[in-house]
Ligand binder design. Structure first.
Ligand code: AR6
Length: 186
């Protein structure tokens, strides 16, 4: 585990399963349907139980009838998870890097951070959005994730209620990439 201070906030990098995190909210790497899938999305719905899906269905009937566009984020309760909330965001599908992938991925992180702040949450855990089924190279995605959180706290540290952000990497090799990146970025 790596632990970094950014002003009054702290950033942790851990290897593990995000569904085990006790942060106020965890972020789901969802798809536009919001109706579940594989990877981290499947794990969150399995462990959190059916109330999360019911809330997602309601969001589809009300706020986002055509699906949640990539880069946007919505919030539901955490069901049976330790986390009280799940923030669902849709990452970009990697198409080689020249199709706005970076802008969309940055918006996933910023919109999730802002949504957590709007609910006055103190802690938030992220998976490596888009780096599984959506094919975003871990090194590129990790660089953007870390830089975006660093910039967010540099510019918003006086206003935001967030005090802790955790990056949860599922595999040892992804964790090692983040550990290496963090040394260069912080
Ligand atoms: N905890 C933390 N990270 C995890 C976990 C877990 N329990 N399980 C997987 N990961 P992916 P995407 C990591 O494919 O690329 C879904 O079907 C995984 O190793 O979950 O954004 C959705 O419904 C990888 O590093 O999400 C969408 O259709 C990272 O989570 C699509 O996949 C993201 O992998 C979204 O693709």
């Amino acid at each position: 585990m790596t632990n970094i201070a950014i002003g009054n906030a702290k950033l942790n990098i851990v290897q593990g399963d995000i569904t085990e995190q006790g942060t106020d909210a965890i972020v789901n790497a969802a798809n536009s349907s919001l109706l579940g899938g594989g990877g981290v999305d499947g794990a969150i719905h399995r462990k959190g139980g059916p109330s999360i899906l019911s809330e997602c269905e309601r969001i589809r009937r009300t706020l986002w009838r055509d699906g949640l566009p990539a880069g946007e984020a919505v919030i539901t309760s955490g069901g049976r998870l330790k986390a009280r909330y799940v923030i669902h965001t849709v990452g970009p599908v990697w198409h080689g890097g020249n199709n706005n992938e970076a802008e969309v991925l940055i918006r996933c992180y910023l919109n999730s951070l802002e949504l957590a702040n709007s609910k006055s949450l103190n802690s938030l855990a992220f998976p490596a959005i888009s780096t599984g089924a959506y094919g975003y190279p871990i090194r590129n995605a990790g660089t953007l994730a870390l830089k975006t959180v660093k910039d967010y706290f540099s510019s918003k540290y006086k206003e935001t209620t967030l005090k802790e952000v955790v990056f949860v990497l599922y595999t040892r090799s992804d964790f090692e990439v983040y550990e290496e990146l963090v040394k260069a970025i912080f």
